[in-house]
Ligand binder design. Structure first.
Ligand code: PLP
Length: 470
């Protein structure tokens, strides 16, 4: 180690001296001693790493005083919430990074009501003995979808894992090459299959898979046929895909269960609202398929969950699988899911009360009215040098749902003479209630399709605080 490096390391602030300053300040009394010491140690550790990495060039070092201030900042930050509300101005309705579906009012009320005290989560009130958590949603899910039985787990990835593990462990799961997809966040169908213990048997090619490909693959080692809804991309051109009902026919003939991972399962036929037809959960089940799985927080518009519907025989085995104990849904989610599914007893009500469905189906004219209202509000409080105007554009469903289908929308374009759009985007993102926007052609855009009127106040307050800041 050269002398300069040694010299720098010798001059690092001493933990004890930082602690004395923090004590004088009074802040160390507000936190457990190990937290104060640990935070100081990690700051000094970072500085040591920076010195070593600087390889003798002058590193940026903090004085003991500045180091104590930094530790104090970090300590106070521990009390702030990290997970918080943001305004989604991106126009991506089911934005996986922004928490996918916002919950309906009723779903939120149910979470509060059920979690504040005790609940009958696993207690059968009529019989006065142990009950089953899935029973709270089993009946309603079955009556809406036409399924014989239902099991709910943590998310759809867990649902696929559990179904494959139950029905195809150490057996072949036949799946078309065109459906071996990756879903954001590193969920790859082949990898989940491997973890489940199922043996992947790929058939067909990327763009074309024939009925005979499936038939020829079936033998004594077959556990199931899996059909994955390629919900986040489309193959176009010279393609062939075998429909679910044909697979069910083969499955029935050979006595092999057929499973459909629907991804973004929806109870509402969205073609009424101008979308290309997507199979609904009811349609998938009507083919006689043994098992359907889908997410709770994609098009359904509820909490994160994996919903497994289908035939009693398969579902009973799935429910009894010990792996289910590790993947089961918790009471808060169950409370929100029950309320969400109840909305579908009245489709118009569901479209109205479930924000993601409302955003998907709202007429552009109504989005425009909201945009005009926001425009007049922000013009009144506009920081100096800012200008606003409305534009037409396109929103996306997101969450791997309805790919390639753009939804006409209205955008509020924000321009500033005083700050670049890149810096403005960051400042908006770091507001007390962050506004997540997009930049297009060097302009900040707020997509009104994903902004509710009750969030206008937050945008006003955010822009106001910016004007003090730039
Ligand atoms: C989204 C998706 C999943 C994963 O669902 P999560 O609820 O995010 O775990 C699995 N399969 C398909 C086809 C999907 O679209």
């Amino acid at each position: 180690m050269d002398d300069k490096l040694k010299e720098f390391l010798k001059n690092l602030p001493k933990i004890d001296e930082i602690l004395i300053l923090l004590e004088k300040d009074g802040v160390s009394g507000e936190f457990p001693r190990n937290v104060v010491v640990g935070t100081s140690r990690s700051l000094v550790g970072e500085m040591r790493d920076a010195i070593v990495a600087s390889k003798g060039k002058t590193p940026r070092l903090l004085s003991t005083q500045k180091a104590a201030e930094e530790v104090k900042k970090r300590l106070l930050k521990l009390r702030e919430f990290s997970l918080k509300k943001v305004v989604n101005a991106t126009g991506i309705i089911l934005h996986t990074n922004l928490g996918r579906a916002p919950l309906s009012e009723r779903a939120i009320e149910r979470i509060v009501a059920v979690s504040r005290g005790y609940s009958n989560l696993e207690f059968n009130l009529e019989k006065g003995k142990r009950g089953i958590r899935y029973d709270h949603v089993r009946k309603i899910l079955c009556s809406i979808s036409g399924a014989e039985d239902a099991v709910i787990v943590n998310n759809n990835a867990a649902a696929v894992l559990l179904v494959l593990n139950t029905l195809s462990k150490e057996k072949e799961a036949i799946v078309s090459r065109g459906e071996l997809i990756e879903i954001g966040g590193e969920f790859r169908i082949p990898e989940v299959m491997e973890k489940s213990g199922a043996i992947l048997r790929e058939v067909g090619t990327t763009n074309r898979t024939h009925l005979s490909d499936y038939e020829n693959a079936i033998d004594t080692t077959t556990g199931l046929i899996l059909k994955v809804h390629t919900s986040n991309f489309r193959t176009v051109g010279f393609t062939e895909e075998i429909g679910l009902s044909e697979l069910v026919k083969i499955g029935n003939k050979k006595g092999i269960p057929v499973v459909n991972d629907l991804g973004s399962g929806c109870f509402v036929a969205l073609e009424k609202y101008g979308f290309e037809p997507e199979p609904t959960v009811q349609e998938a089940l009507a083919t006689g398929v043994d098992v359907v799985t889908f997410s709770g927080d994609k098009l359904l518009g509820g909490p994160q969950a994996g919903i497994i519907l289908g035939r009693k025989k398969a579902l009973e085995a799935i429910e009894k699988n010990p792996l289910n104990r590790a993947l089961r849904i918790d009471k808060l989610t169950l409370a929100a899911l029950e309320a969400t599914v109840q909305e579908y007893l009245n489709i118009d009500g569901a479209i109205n009360n479930i924000r993601s469905l409302r955003a998907l189906t709202e007429q552009q004219g109504d989005v425009k009215k909201r945009a005009e209202k926001l425009l007049s509000l922000v013009e009144k409080i506009a920081p100096e040098g800012f200008s606003f105007n409305l534009k037409e554009g396109m929103s996306l469903a997101g969450g791997g749902s309805l790919p390639t289908q753009e939804i006409p929308t209205v955008l509020l374009a924000v321009n500033s003479e005083r700050i670049s759009s890149g810096r403005l985007e960051k400042k908006l993102r770091l507001l007390e209630v962050p506004i997540i926007s997009r930049i297009y052609e060097d302009e900040i855009l707020f997509d009104l399709r994903t902004i509710d009127e009750d969030e206008f106040g937050l945008i006003e307050a955010g822009l106001k605080s910016l004007s003090e800041d730039i």
